[in-house]
Design a protein around this ligand. Structure first.
Ligand code: SAH
Length: 217
């Protein structure tokens, strides 16, 4: 079979897996069709980039499962004029998907190396509306706040206060919360005029949100 047909078939399977897990928003599916997950997975795992599984990346972290990326992005209901904050850059894949749907994406990771490598991929793909930086993302990005949307891709016990404070009224934050590595639930927080509304979406498994900037890379 020709390379082109192999690629097309792989792409069809990738999109089919997303749909069968409930990713149905056409704009999210289109973004995930455009952004090549293979660009964000390095080394021996690159061959598995199109499978619907999480995979190891540098610094002992993981690139999330594509269907989970799709469901989180869908739950975030991003509009083209939105300014979005992602906490947990990791490989940069989720930020790249968001960059297709939002006006501007800020993404933060506590590992310098992950931020550097993600920036290389963003440049290679010509994604110019993403700013990646190294910091403890629990504190958000006060200089850029408020945000229309916030997505956290590491699990905390509770939604961090600074992130709630940096969410615009009418804004949405999606994040995994849980007290252990094994029992976590994805929640959607909507900020109203008078308070926050919480909705549980599904159970998930993410790496933990860790305090401080990593000193080992
Ligand atoms: N969204 C990523 C996957 C994230 S894995 C992707 O698309 O590939 C979770 C990431 O959260 C890891 O890279 C980890 O370093 C980061 N992280 C954990 N605690 C953090 C914190 N306090 N601030 C910023 N990043 C954090």
């Amino acid at each position: 079979m020709s390379q082109g047909r192999d690629d097309a078939e792989r792409q069809m399977r990738f999109i089919y897996a997303l749909r069968s897990h409930g990713v149905t928003d056409p704009r999210v599916l289109a973004a995930m069709e455009r952004i090549d997950r293979g660009a964000f997975v390095r080394g021996v795992f690159a061959a598995r980039a199109y499978e619907d599984v999480p995979l190891p990346i540098a610094c002992g972290q993981t690139i999330s499962q594509p269907s989970v990326v799709g469901l989180m992005t869908q739950a975030l209901a991003v509009s083209p004029r939105d300014k979005v904050l992602e906490v947990g850059t990791g490989s940069g894949y989720q930020a790249a998907i968001l960059s297709q749907l939002a006006r501007r994406v800020y993404t933060v990771d506590r590992h310098r190396r992950l931020v550097r490598e993600a920036n290389e991929v963003f440049a290679a793909l010509g994604l110019t509306n993403i700013t990646a930086f190294t910091a403890d993302g629990s504190f958000g990005a006060p200089e850029q706040a408020p945000f229309d949307r916030i997505l956290v891709t590491a699990a905390a016990e509770d939604p961090p206060g600074p992130l709630l404070a940096q969410l615009r009224v009418g804004g949405i934050m999606v994040l995994p919360v849980g007290q252990s590595d094994t029992v976590q639930v994805l929640i959607k927080v909507t900020r109203g005029e008078t308070g926050f509304d919480y909705e549980e979406l599904r159970s998930v498994r993410f790496v933990p949100l860790v305090e401080g900037i990593a000193q080992d890379d």
